[in-house]
Design a protein around this ligand. Structure first.
Ligand code: NDP
Length: 283
């Protein structure tokens, strides 16, 4: 019988996960299908009952449900709980267990690109769900110190308080959202991770955001990552590249978070080449 996997979101039509997972199933000859499920926020609870009742084998969760799903599951892995977001549900018999593969997805993408990780000093821009996952991912990958900078100071302080334990032994610090303070932080940064949504879809906001960042303060060995993958070459990556800095786009994190979900569900290494090809075909 064909096993059914899927993703729950609202909207979900734009998701690149079905293409990646269906290509992976085909590549490994696994009799399974991955389906996008559009669920309105008032029907999340019913949808989770559906996962149980229909015996769906594994699920991804995307916006706006990554936090709301937590209380509907039987267990949640500690890092996902600290991040406050679940993006993957794994079955343990009848039980639904939540985890977050965005954090390790970033770490794997950085390792694959040869970015400095162990003992590094990182700066993360943003304090939303993705930024929180990035902080934990960097800490797990061995970053020594992680500075968080976001325009909402209260969110930044809350993030540090909530993630300090999960991020240990990495030291979490915050930086004011103004050019002089950012410049000081960037001067001591090996790895800059842009995790706000400011660069999404390009345009004037993205351009202004990149212009306002004192990227010239980064040391020449620094690597600049933008986890936004639409467009692939964001305004921040363009500005960093113009300065001769090494850059990494958001496709690697997207690929590796999917590969990690796949591996948790199937128990086999994900066919990365085929999954990456499926992603690239989507443009
Ligand atoms: P959220 O909406 O939870 O958070 C967005 C963050 O960006 C907030 O801190 C927000 O600040 C900040 N922000 C938005 N616009 C600006 C701006 N102009 N200047 C400064 N800060 C700004 O989104 P997520 O954290 O879930 O996602 C962020 C991005 O990461 C998304 O665009 C998504 O595409 C990408 N992403 C990529 C993944 C990958 O696998 N590559 C995985 C997950 C996400 P404020 O609160 O003040 O508005």
């Amino acid at each position: 019988m064909t096993d059914v996997y899927g993703i729950i979101g609202h909207p979900v039509g734009h998701s690149r996960s079905p293409a990646m997972h269906n290509r992976a199933f085909a590549a490994l000859g696994i009799d399974a299908i991955y389906v996008p499920f559009a669920v309105t926020p008032d029907r999340l609870e019913q949808a989770v009952r559906g996962i149980r009742g229909l015996d769906l084998r594994g699920m991804n969760i995307t916006l706006p449900f990554k936090t709301a799903i937590i209380e509907l599951l039987d267990s949640v892995e500690p890092d996902a709980r600290a991040i406050g977001a679940v993006n993957t549900i794994v079955r343990d018999g009848p039980k639904l267990c939540g985890t977050n593969t965005d954090a390790s997805g970033l770490a794997r993408a950085l390792a694959e690109a040869g970015a400095p990780l162990h003992g590094s000093r990182a700066t993360v821009l943003g304090a939303g769900g993705a930024a929180r996952a990035c902080v934990v991912g960097l800490a797990r990958a061995g970053a020594r110190e992680i500075t968080i900078a976001a325009r909402n100071a209260a969110e930044t302080v809350a993030l540090i308080a909530e993630l300090a334990t999960a991020a240990k032994p990495a030291l979490l610090t915050c930086c004011e959202w103004q050019p002089a303070a950012l410049g000081v932080a960037l001067a001591a940064t090996d790895l800059l991770v842009q995790a706000t949504s400011a660069t999404l879809n390009g345009g004037v906001v993205a351009e202004a955001f990149a212009r306002a960042l004192p990227l010239h303060c980064l040391p020449q060995h620094a690597v600049v990552v933008d986890i936004v993958y639409h467009p692939l070459e964001t305004s921040v990556l363009q500005a960093a590249r113009a300065q001769g800095l090494k850059t990494l786009d958001g496709l690697g994190m997207l690929l590796h978070q999917a590969a990690l979900s796949f591996e948790l569900w199937i128990g086999r290494a994900a066919p990365l080449t085929e999954m990456r090809a499926a992603l690239l075909e989507l443009g």
